[in-house]
Design a protein around this ligand. Structure first.
Ligand SMILES: [Zn+2]
Ligand SMILES: [Zn+2]
Ligand SMILES: [Zn+2]
Length: 355
């Protein structure tokens, strides 16, 4: 095997430059030769290799017939220049962005095989920054082989959110033919992501409904206590209450519903869905109300008494009550101000609930 010339890059940054012996004006004696796939020989020093990589250390320490003979270590299967960058990293732990562009995947593989965690982190990070639709499947396979969970997860996420495009890549076609197990893993990940998204959406919708209900409860109380806009208690003129209602949309819907409830002819035989809804809101209020003796909301005491008689028979109702009570607390605690304002406008939808 012949020694071939180093690439330009390597001449500018020889691997052993840090081993430069100032006193003699030359390098300390080279005692290892790294041999690459292209037949290139990279001279190096046992002490540096052994202290940077436990795998290289064990290769160097392996018993030999002739103790004095120079050690050769083959590093095959990756481009010569990638091996050169790798060896140089062991001397001086730095890589340029350009080297990462060219050899990122090789450096990840080399750092994994030779147990060089610092380089492994560096190249995994570089690969994350360089993920594209075209390379993501290949990088995913490498990330799995090299046991780099961050990179693996990033690839999965990218594939999952760009699956339509990824399906047309060479990498995906190759994977389908050669690694059905990983293909299955990817499809499972996509399913789980979809499921998680659906759950989050459903949770958000539920929270929004409970919040609407909790707002409706506040409106019901202030309508029945001091009156609002056009509806109020029988002994009070609501129009005297001039201030703008802070929950106008909800409050207006509720007022229309209350006026309907007061005059509906079909209510008596239970055939009116709007009356039923009003009935439910009165019941919900009663479940939440902690001052039934002073309360001016219609039916509050009656529902309380009825609930005492039937205690413990309606778990779903109790759950609803708990959720409505906590929805308000959660939303006012967890949402930043701007988000709260957005939510408030969303709740214009409560009109459809009340009407
Ligand atoms: Zn109001
Ligand atoms: Zn009705
Ligand atoms: Zn009450």
């Amino acid at each position: 095997m012949s020694t071939i010339e180093f690439s330009d890059e390597l001449i500018r940054n020889p691997p052993f430059s840090d081993n430069f012996d100032q006193s003699t004006g030359g390098f300390s004696e080279v005692d290892v030769q790294i041999i690459t796939s292209g037949g290139m020989r990279i001279p190096a020093h046992r002490s540096i290799l052994a202290s940077s990589s436990p795998v290289l250390e064990s290769i160097i320490d392996r018993p030999r017939k002739h103790r004095s003979s120079e050690i050769t270590i083959p590093i095959l299967g990756v481009p010569c220049d990638a091996v050169a960058v790798f060896i140089r990293f062991l001397y001086r732990p730095m890589c340029t962005e350009e080297e990462m562009d060219k050899y990122g995947i090789h450096l990840l593989a080399l750092s994994h095989v030779f147990l060089v965690p610092h380089l492994k982190q560096r190249s995994a990070k570089a690969l994350i920054e360089r993920l594209t639709i075209d390379n993501v499947v290949d990088v995913l396979q490498l990330a799995r082989l090299c046991d780099t969970p961050d990179l693996y997860l990033k690839c999965m996420k990218m594939i999952s959110s760009n699956f339509k495009a990824v399906e047309y890549t060479e990498g995906w076609k190759f994977l389908q033919n050669h690694d059905p197990w990983l293909e299955l893993k990817i499809l499972e990940f996509i399913d789980e992501t979809e499921l998680r998204k659906k759950k989050t959406r459903r949770h958000r919708e539920e929270q929004s409904l409970y919040l609407q209900l909790s707002e409706a409860m506040e409106c019901l109380e202030h309508i029945c206590t001091e009156g609002c806009t056009s509806v109020g208690p029988h002994d009070m003129d609501p129009s005297k209450n001039k201030g703008q209602c802070s929950k106008f949309a909800t409050c207006q819907g509720l007022q229309i519903l209350i006026r309907h409830f007061a005059t509906c002819k079909r209510r008596a035989n239970g055939g009116c869905s709007r009356c039923k809804r009003m009935w439910q809101l009165f019941r919900l209020h009663s479940s939440i109300c902690d001052q039934p003796d002073l309360c001016r909301v219609p039916l509050c005491r009656q529902f309380k008494l009825k609930a005492q008689v039937k205690k413990g028979d309606d778990a779903r109702w109790r759950l609803l009550v708990r959720k409505v009570i906590s929805a308000k607390a959660i939303s006012s605690l967890s949402l930043p101000k701007r988000k709260r304002e957005e939510e408030a406008t969303d709740h214009l939808g409560v009109r459809s609930f009340c009407l």
